[in-house]
Design a protein around this ligand. Sequence first.
Ligand code: FAD
Length: 357
Amino acid sequence: MLKPDCIIVGSGVIGCSTALELASAGASVSLLERGPAGQESSWAGGGILYPLLPWDYAEAVNRLVQRSIALFPAWSEDLRAASGIDPEYQRCGMLVLPPFSTARAQAWCATHATRLESAKARELVPPLSVDENALWLPDVAQTRNPRLLKALRRRLELLGVGILEHAEVTGWKDDGTRITGIETSRGDLKAGRYIVASGAWSGNLLGGLVPNLDIRPMRGQMLLFKTEPGTLRTIILQNGFYLIPRLDGHILAGSTLEDVGFDKSTTAQAKAMLHAHAMRILPLLKQAPVVRFWAGLRPGSPDNIPTIDRHPQLENLYINSGHFRYGVTMAPASAEIMASLVLGRPQAMDIAPYRWP
Ligand SMILES: Cc1cc2nc3c(=O)[nH]c(=O)nc-3n(C[C@H](O)[C@H](O)[C@H](O)COP(=O)(O)OP(=O)(O)OC[C@H]3O[C@@H](n4cnc5c(N)ncnc54)[C@H](O)[C@@H]3O)c2cc1C
């Protein structure tokens, strides 16, 4: 069978992981990116490989997450081995501080075969007197986004995927049943299939082709501290705010969730708020310098459920977008679903929840 040739629009974690899955199966793939590759939401994110409080989410979110986190260790190791760049996958656990519903947490973990420890929580962060109702999820992992993206890019290059940067897709041509070509800032292009993985911009890009698609930007701001390696060994989460320790001592403090359109600027107010939360949770950060502060635009979607599907009328148009707060977590499973759709392979899970709205 002839393998399809695909153009993927967007070089975030979703576009890159989709390209990887397709190219690994022998498809010929080109990746188009409006700016420099991998510098938007996927770069800006925290890299926690788990929903913040999974019991607050629909099963459609958790099923995709469970599939993805099962794939992640081998996926990440393959990337490291092939690219020579370590995405720093590490199972560091997540300490959840009150307030939250202990009963819901315990019930969810029991029905989802998820380990949950309470007594251990108090031993994790020695300088802290951890509330006795805190819970620890020892299996929660993280990855380091900028490194993950570099590793993905290198891996794609080794597989022969063409990555065309500063190439913005500006329009579609179709004959009512198929996309016949795209207009880009670097000229018109054609392929057998087109996959939109354009994050927060996916809805705008598709415009009238999908009037019901509700994907919109949700800004998140993030503060980065530098401490000695080993200062903090686990993720800490409280009231939607988190600290994420990297192996080299950097600690990320995040994040805001703001509905401000395509505005990626940072604000003094958010900086002060993130700083205050960080000090409250881990007072020793008072001695730590802030080394960077940034914002990214998540691809927001209703109930955090992405759309991963083929267009109902245009048979060679696909979308893999709307992963909102968990696109890094969901990347391997979303790529698997998309590649199976394109290549006509059986799906590893029920994909009905991710159909076009
Ligand atoms: C502050 C913050 C914290 C986060 N924390 C986590 C976390 O801890 N765990 C987690 O799993 N997720 C987290 N996320 C969410 C996660 O980062 C996103 O869900 C994920 O990055 C979405 O990936 P994407 O590839 O769809 O989008 P993006 O990374 O935004 O990539 C889309 C790409 O498409 C390109 N593009 C857009 N339009 C066009 C066009 N017309 N032509 C060509 N290219 C185009 C863009 O330039 C961009 O590079 C966080 C996000 C933020 C902002």
